[in-house]
Design a protein around this ligand. Structure first.
Ligand code: TRP
Length: 461
């Protein structure tokens, strides 16, 4: 069989940029604030941070390690590593699940990225100037009510994604992310500054950081309150989502990583950058939510209603607004690439498809699936198109983020710490200190934590 050799990142820094580009995306700026709002604030944030530190970072190290030792697409990496370790070739299921999760996620991710896209011309043309609560809501409502508009932007975003993946992940991506990251952070800090002046900054901080277990973990009806574990599962799922873990994206990027680079410090840096950006987004958004008398639990539209109001009333908001949505679009773009790369890498290896054919097939299928997400906001938003009270859009997110990604992470942890030899990790990570801690986290805490949260959420413990 022909062996396909994949490219390599030029430096460790390039790997970090690419991984951070994958991690930082709509998950940080769109999803984190809206689910924090839906699940009631501080206690949710705390659980999320614990999931990042105790489960996310160790699993990210394992995922990079597997990728770098396997050097192929996740499916084939897992198969050859399993063989080398004398384990069942069934472990390649990690790669397969990842491909499915990637399809599901991108098919709604692209539609949201399309919202950011659609807001760029709105901001540029001055349509956000002077927006208030009602007009901002109407603007967003009109956008999501129109399937053709959504389809248009979704199509454009998928084309953009295909364009970069076609040319290979290296060309272009590295340069893009190098400029994007600092600009995004700068703009977020500016927005936090604006939020400070909104008069409700402390209320926003309080909402984000003060831990109210009752509000998050108990649902109360007619005076009786029952504990609910769903926020736990959602926090865990989001930790995986925001770090791009559990589906092979980081694994395939790890496969292109130079052999000498430190895995541990790369993973820590990526996770830290990702977390800081999510918290900045929260600190920018919640004060504005309260200052404008909006509901924190408004759902997926939260950011797209809140921020336009802010841009509409700040000096030069037309420009800051345009810049913000452009940056958000680029952040989504550099994430989307990593969602298709595992499938594309596999098609080129296994079937020797050329990159063009592989990319167009994968993105074409995602585009098709995305039509379901487009319709979830209009024609298919009614109860007759809902399952378990969720629209197709919600369902795809729930299935991928809360089930497939944690399950993928669980299997990655189990393979690394139970199926493979300890020596495999010792040599691959080459840590001078901290190995024992990581080993304990990946061998016991991460798998146990994931299993417990799962069982709890489905009502078994
Ligand atoms: N992490 C990205 C975000 O926060 C989304 C993403 C990109 C992703 N690649 C992924 C999520 C792989 C899960 C798996 O927006």
């Amino acid at each position: 069989m022909l062996k396909v050799t994949h490219p390599q990142w030029t430096t460790r820094f390039a790997f970090i940029l690419a991984a951070a580009g994958s991690a930082v995306g709509l998950g940080n700026i769109w999803k984190f604030p809206y689910i924090t709002g839906e699940y009631g604030g501080g206690a949710f944030v705390l659980v999320y941070l614990a999931c990042i530190a105790l489960i996310g970072v160790p699993v990210m190290m394992a995922e990079i390690l597997l990728g770098r030792q396997g050097r192929q697409s996740p499916i084939r990496t897992m198969r050859s590593l399993a063989q080398a370790q004398g384990a069942s070739s069934g472990w390649q299921v990690i790669g397969w699940m990842g491909v499915v999760a990637g399809f599901l996620i991108l098919s709604f991710y692209s539609v949201i990225a399309g919202w950011a896209f659609a807001y760029i011309p709105e901001a540029l043309s001055g349509n956000l100037n002077g927006l208030d609560k009602a007009t901002a809501g109407a603007l967003f409502g009109n956008l999501t009510a129109s399937p053709w508009t959504l389809l248009f932007w979704h199509t454009l975003f998928m084309l953009l994604t295909a364009l970069v993946v076609l040319r290979g992940v290296q060309a272009g991506l590295e340069r893009l992310v190098r400029i994007l990251m600092p600009a995004l952070v700068g703009l977020l800090i500016l927005l936090v500054g604006y939020a400070m002046a909104s008069g409700r900054f402390l209320q926003g901080l309080d909402y984000l950081f003060s831990v109210n277990v009752q509000a998050v973990f108990y649902t109360c009806q007619a005076g009786t309150c029952t504990f609910t574990a769903e926020p736990l599962l959602v926090a865990l799922g989001h930790a995986f989502f925001t770090l791009s873990l559990g589906m092979g994206a980081i694994m395939v990027y790890g496969a292109y990583m130079p052999p000498q680079a430190s895995i541990a410090s790369s993973a820590l840096l990526v996770a830290a950058a990702d977390t800081v950006i999510a918290l900045l987004a929260g600190m920018a958004i919640f004060p504005l939510v309260f200052a404008n008398d909006l509901a924190p639990g408004a759902g997926p539209g939260l950011v797209f209603v809140t921020l336009p109001i802010a841009f509409g009333s700040m000096p030069a908001g037309q420009w800051f607004g345009s810049l913000f949505f452009i940056l958000l679009l680029i952040a989504a773009w550099s994430s989307a690439i990593s969602l298709v790369e595992p499938a594309v890498a596999w098609l080129t290896e296994r079937w020797q498809w050329c990159r063009i054919r592989a990319t167009l097939s994968v993105t074409g299928l995602v585009w098709l699936l995305g039509i379901g997400s487009v319709l979830s906001f209009n024609h298919w938003s009614g109860p007759e198109y809902q399952w378990f009270g969720k629209t197709l859009f919600d369902l795809k997110d729930y299935l991928a983020s809360n089930i497939l990604l944690p399950l993928g992470g669980l299997l990655i942890a189990l393979f690394t710490a139970w199926a493979a030899q300890r020596r495999f990790s010792e040599q691959g990570l080459a840590l001078t200190r901290g190995f024992a801690l990581w080993w304990w986290l990946i061998r016991y805490l991460a798998p146990l934590g994931i299993v417990l949260i799962f069982l709890h959420a489905i009502g078994l413990v």
